[in-house]
Design a protein around this ligand. Structure first.
Ligand code: FAD
Length: 263
């Protein structure tokens, strides 16, 4: 089975801070990690390979330092990494990101399954998986928390719903977005990480020309949405002290809550 795992390198924080002057993300001093959901996608791919054999390719789009995420993926058990990195890819919205990843998947070709996380902890849109599947015109199942069986031409999975789950059989090739409930990701093997540090890891770098895209179709230029302004909403707490004895204060509090339709 040939599996492609989409891996995004993200800042190691869920509290993304914005520079109030420029509106850009403050990345200084924040370590980068593999997006948590993607670690579960990697674990699923490696477990499947252990059962059925085959090859796993981890694919990422990002700046040159995203090679670290791919090195870690290789340390976990992935066979090969491909980093899409080019100045032309910068400023991509989810449309341009999905298009670029889709083009790279087409270039890789011959895959049975694409696994990705449900959502990235920085961008947080959960759009990439569904958009890549749509671009490639392959079936998709989102919110997968169990892979029950893999057959020659289909896969049987369970998909989390708010009030239960759906059991879905899907033709291959297909794309699955996975959630944390799926498995417990393994740690990277030290040997794999050492190889990566010595630049022995099998990681390819592809630019816009390598995947046959024009710069006007990727990055900021190829994006359908443009950020006009970003800002953190000001939080203002209003406190009011209610004076008097306990009974009178309680009555006064109840009156105020009713007045504001809070009870
Ligand atoms: C209008 C707009 C403008 C933007 N401008 C910029 C900008 O200038 N600079 C900037 O850095 N970002 C920018 N972004 C953010 C960028 O578009 C997203 O980070 C990117 O498209 C991924 O979306 P997401 O983080 O919501 O991923 P999600 O859809 O939440 O991710 C789901 C899964 O898709 C896969 N995935 C997501 N991204 C990648 C990736 N890059 N490589 C491999 N797999 C991936 C992973 O498996 C991940 O778990 C912009 C976004 C918007 C909407």
């Amino acid at each position: 089975m040939r599996i492609i795992v989409l891996v995004k390198q993200v800042p190691d924080t869920t509290e993304v801070k914005l520079d109030p002057k420029t509106g850009n993300l403050i990345r200084e001093g924040i370590e980068s990690i593999i997006n948590p959901d993607d670690r579960h996608a990697l674990e699923a791919a490696i477990s499947l390979k252990e059962k059925t054999g085959g090859k796993i390719i981890a694919l990422s789009m990002g700046p040159p330092q995203a090679v670290d995420a791919l090195s870690e993926a290789i340390g976990m058990g992935v066979d090969e990494g491909i980093l899409l990195t080019d100045r032309a890819f910068a400023g991509a919205d989810t449309w341009a990101t999905s298009f670029t990843l889709g083009k790279a998947v087409e270039k890789i070709g011959g895959f049975d399954l694409i696994l990705c996380g449900r959502q990235a902890i920085d961008g947080d849109t959960a759009q990439i998986g569904p958009q890549v599947a749509d671009y490639l015109k392959i079936p998709q199942v989102t919110y997968v928390f169990e892979i029950e069986a893999v057959r020659k031409k289909s896969i049987l999975v369970k998909r989390r719903m708010e009030d239960g789950y759906e059991r879905i059989q899907c033709e291959l090739p297909a794309l699955l977005t996975v959630i944390g409930e799926l498995n417990t990701p393994r740690y990277a093997m030290v040997g794999g990480l050492i190889d990566a540090c010595r630049e022995k890891a099998p990681i390819k770098l592809w630019n816009a020309a390598d995947i046959g895209v024009q710069t006007c179709d990727v990055g900021l230029e190829g994006s359908l949405t443009h950020v006009i302004r970003t800002f953190a909403p000001k939080s203002q707490r209003q406190g009011e002290m209610i004076e008097g004895d306990a009974e009178a204060a309680a009555k006064s509090l109840i009156g105020k809550l009713k007045e504001n339709s809070l009870i």
